[in-house]
Design a protein around this ligand. Structure first.
Ligand code: PRX
Length: 649
C-alpha cells in the first residue's frame, strides 16, 4: 500500500464538472434517497415514454432488479438520433487501424446511416426483437454498427472476443441459441491476420453438434484474405448494406428489455451469460463516462479496450456515444510498429482522455521512457486505468512520465456484472493514492465482510460486497436465474458479493486486492481456473489438472498448471508444448499456460478436495509458509511438488 497522497490538481478542479463538495453532497443524497437521485439522473437519456417508477430491486429471495421499469426508450436513438440536430457533422468514431497509415472518421450522420442500413439487413434476414445475434469481430467500426443495429431493432447482442477459439465461440452460440453471426473475413493485429471467418465456420459445425443451427453469417471484408464460402448461409456485408434503406425506425424498448449478453468466467463451470438491460444500463454507462472521466463536449476520448470485453461495451461504444462524444477505436496493439504507438496516436488525434489497462502500462514501462517522451502528449488531460489492480510503481510511471504530473489518474474498479464503474476517483473531486480505486460512485454502497459475513467497520480488510442496487447492475445469468442467485447473493445473504478482496484505509479509501475466488486475472482478462483445468483434462494424456495463478511482472497473474498424466505417459518439454497448444485451441491464446508442472499426485484432503492454498504457495515459490498440511491424505505429495516446482526464483 503506497503511503502517498496526491491532492486534486488545480487545473482539474477548475474545469471539473464535480468538485469535492458536490461529490460529497450528491453521494449522500444518492444513498439516502436513491429514488429521488436516480429519478432525476434517469432523465439524462431520452425516453419515448417517461418512467414513473424508478427503483424496484431486491437482493433477497428470488432477487429481482428493475430500474425505470415503465419507461420506454431505445439505446441506438440515444447514442445517435438525438445528437443529429446539433452534431450531425461531428465525428462520432475515429478509427485508427492496425497499420498507422490506416484510419478514418465517421460522423454522427454517417453513423446513423450505417446503423440503419445494417438494422435493415438484420430485419430482412429475419432477425427480430429478442433474438440473439453473435458478434465475433475485429476492432473495426462495423463492430459498433453491429451493436447499435441490434439495439435499434431490439435484438440482443452477444459479443465474443475475437481472440477466443472456435470451441469457445461455439459454446457461447449454443448457450444463448443464437442463429445469426456477424464476423469479418480476418482480423489484423500487429500485422498478423486472425482467421475470424474460418473460426466461425468451425464454430458453427461444433454448435450444430450442440443442437444450434446457425442460419446466417454476415461477413465484413476487412483484409480481403481468402475464405470458404457457403452461399446458402453466408452474406457479404458490403453487398447487403447497399441494397437497403438508410433509415430504420427504432424499436420501442421497455427499460428492462435485454440489451446484451456478455459471457464471463466464474470460479466454477462454463462462462456465464451476464445479461444487461436497456434503460438503467445506459443511464449508468453514460453518467459514469461523463463524471469519472470529466468528459466535456468536444473532448477526444480513447479507451484502448476491445469491444469483446465489457469495457469496450460501456466505455468505447454506449457511454461515450450516449454523451455525444468522439470515441476512438483502435484496431492494433500497443507495441506495433513499436512501443511508442499509443502516444503517437494520442498526438495524431489529439486525445484528451485516455483509458487503458495496467498490463499495457507495465509492458510499456519496461520498454523505456523514450517511446513516451518522443511524443508531445500535450492534449492529454485525464488518464484512466481498468481491469486489474495497478501496482503503485506502474501508477507513478503513468502519472509522472505519461501524464507529466498534470493529468489525474482514475483507477476505475468494476466488473462485467456491474455494467459500469463502481469505485473510482473523480478528476476534480478526489485526492489520489497510487494503487487505490479510492471512493464509490454515486449510489454505490460498498461493504467489507469477513469470511463469516460479519460486517467490518472502519479501516479493515475483507470481502467486498455491495449492499444495494445501482442502475447498471446485471439482471440475471442468461437462462439460469438460479445460478445468478447462487453466484452473487448466496455467499453473504442479501448482498451482492463481488468475488474481490478489498482493504479500506482510515480515510475510507478502497484498495482492491484481487479475486478471493478461483478466478484468474491474466493481463486484465478474466478466466476461471476450472475452465483451464477442463481444457487440460480434455487432452488424452491428462488424468487430472489443477490450475492456480502466480504473480507475473507484466500480466499481473500468470497461469500455473499442475498436471497429473495418465498411467504410462511421461512428462516432457514436448508434451508441455502440446498442452499449451491444446489449451489455446480449446479456449484461446489468452488462456495459454505459463508454467506446467507434471505432478504424480495433487495435495488432497481425505475427502478428496484439492488444497489450492498449497498449490498457490508452491507456484509463488513461497513454500516456507505452507501452513497446516496435516489434513492431507498423503503429505509426501507436497515434497515432490516442491522439488519439481517450475517457478524457482
Ligand atoms: O478483480 C477485479 C478486477 O477485474 C475483475 C472484473 O473483471 P471483468 O469482469 O473482466 O471486468 C474487467 C473490466 C471492468 C474484478 O472483479 N478489476 C477490474 N478493475 C479493477 C480490478 N481490480 C483492481 N482494480 C481495478 N481498477
Amino acid at each position: 500500500m503506497s503511503a502517498k497522497t496526491y491532492p486534486v490538481l488545480k487545473d482539474a478542479k477548475k474545469r471539473a464538472l464535480i468538485d469535492t463538495a458536490t461529490y460529497q453532497k450528491w453521494y449522500k443524497q444518492s444513498v439516502a434517497d436513491p429514488e429521488a437521485f436516480w429519478g432525476e439522473h434517469g432523465k439524462r437519456i431520452d425516453w419515448f415514454t417517461p418512467y414513473t417508477k424508478v427503483k424496484n430491486t431486491s437482493f433477497e429471495g428470488k432477487v429481482s432488479i428493475k430500474w425505470f421499469e415503465d419507461g420506454v426508450t431505445n439505446v441506438s436513438t440515444n447514442c445517435i438520433d438525438r445528437h443529429l440536430e446539433k452534431r450531425g457533422d461531428q465525428v462520432a468514431i475515429i478509427w485508427e487501424g492496425d497499420n498507422p497509415y490506416d484510419d478514418k472518421k465517421i460522423t454522427y450522420r454517417e453513423l446513423y446511416e450505417h446503423v440503419c442500413r445494417l438494422a435493415n439487413v438484420l430485419k430482412a434476414n429475419g432477425v427480430k426483437k429478442g433474438d440473439r445475434v453473435t458478434i465475433y469481430m475485429p476492432m473495426i467500426p462495423e463492430a459498433a454498427y453491429a451493436m447499435l443495429a441490434c439495439a435499434r431493432i431490439g435484438a440482443v447482442h452477444s459479443i465474443v472476443f475475437g481472440g477466443f477459439s472456435p470451441d469457445a465461440l461455439a459454446g457461447r452460440i449454443v448457450d444463448c441459441s443464437s442463429t445469426f453471426v456477424i464476423t469479418a473475413d480476418e482480423g489484423l493485429r500487429g500485422g498478423k491476420p486472425i482467421p475470424l471467418k474460418a473460426n466461425t465456420d468451425r464454430a458453427i459445425e461444433i454448435a450444430k453438434r450442440g443442437g444450434v443451427d446457425v442460419k446466417s453469417v454476415l461477413v465484413v471484408r476487412r483484409t480481403g484474405g481468402k475464405v470458404n464460402w457457403f452461399a446458402e448461409r453466408d452474406i457479404w456485408y458490403h453487398q447487403a448494406v447497399t441494397g437497403v434503406k438508410a433509415d430504420c425506425p427504432a424499436a420501442k424498448m421497455k427499460a428492462e428489455d435485454p440489451l446484451f449478453i456478455l459471457y464471463t468466467s466464474g470460479s466454477t463451470g462454463k462462462p456465464k451469460g451476464v445479461l444487461h438491460t436497456t434503460g438503467g444500463y445506459l443511464v449508468y454507462a453514460s453518467m459514469t463516462h461523463q463524471y469519472v472521466f470529466d468528459y466535456h463536449d468536444g473532448d477526444i476520448y480513447w479507451c484502448t479496450a476491445d469491444v469483446g470485453w465489457v469495457t469496450g461495451h460501456s466505455y468505447i461504444v454506449y457511454g461515450p456515444l450516449a454523451n455525444g462524444a468522439t470515441t476512438l477505436m483502435f484496431e492494433g496493439v500497443p507495441t506495433y510498429p513499436d512501443a511508442g504507438r499509443l502516444w503517437d496516436v494520442v498526438d495524431k488525434h489529439q486525445v484528451n482522455i485516455f483509458y487503458t489497462a495496467p498490463t499495457a502500462i507495465r509492458a510499456l514501462m519496461g520498454q523505456g521512457d523514450q517511446f513516451v517522451t518522443r511524443a508531445s502528449r500535450k492534449s492529454l488531460r485525464t488518464l484512466g486505468s481498468v481491469g486489474e489492480p495497478i501496482n503503485p510503481e506502474a501508477w507513478e510511471w503513468y502519472y509522472h512520465i505519461v501524464g507529466e504530473d498534470r493529468c489525474p489518474v482514475v483507477d476505475t474498479w468494476w466488473q462485467t456484472e456491474t455494467g459500469g464503474i463502481l469505485i473510482s476517483p473523480l478528476p476534480g473531486a478526489t485526492a489520489l493514492k497510487p494503487g487505490s480505486a479510492t471512493l464509490p460512485f454515486f449510489g454505490v454502497q460498498p461493504q467489507l465482510v469477513d469470511n463469516e459475513g460479519n460486517v467490518l467497520e472502519g479501516a479493515a480488510d475483507g470481502n467486498l460486497c455491495i449492499t444495494d442496487s445501482w442502475p447498471g447492475q446485471m439482471r440475471t445469468v442468461y437462462g439460469d436465474h438460479e445460478r445468478f442467485i447462487q453466484t452473487y447473493f448466496a455467499t453473504y445473504k442479501g448482498k451482492y458479493f463481488t468475488g474481490d478482496g478489498c482493504r479500506r484505509d482510515k480515510d475510507g479509501y478502497y484498495w482492491i486486492t484481487g479475486r478471493v475466488d478461483d478466478v484468474l486475472n491474466v493481463s486484465g482478462h478474466r478466466m476461471g481456473t476450472a475452465e483451464v483445468e477442463s481444457a487440460l483434462v480434455s487432452h488424452d494424456s491428462v488424468a487430472e489438472a489443477a490450475v492456480v495463478g502466480y504473480p507475473h511482472d507484466i500480466k499481473g497473474q500468470g497461469i500455473y498448471c499442475y498436471v497429473t498424466l495418465m498411467a504410462g505417459e511421461t512428462g516432457s518439454d514436448e508434451l508441455r508444448k502440446e498442452l499449451v497448444t491444446h489449451v489455446r485451441k480449446e479456449i484461446g491464446a489468452i488462456a495459454a499456460p505459463d508454467k506446467i508442472q507434471f505432478s504424480p499426485g495433487l495435495p488432497k484432503t481425505r475427502s478428496g478436495k484439492i488444497m489450492r492454498r498449497i498449490l498457490r504457495k508452491i507456484a509463488e515459490d513461497d513454500f516456507g509458509a505452507l501452513g497446516d498440511t496435516s489434513t492431507l491424505a498423503d503429505p509426501a505429495v507436497v515434497d515432490d511438488l516442491i522439488a519439481n516446482r517450475q517457478n524457482k526464483k
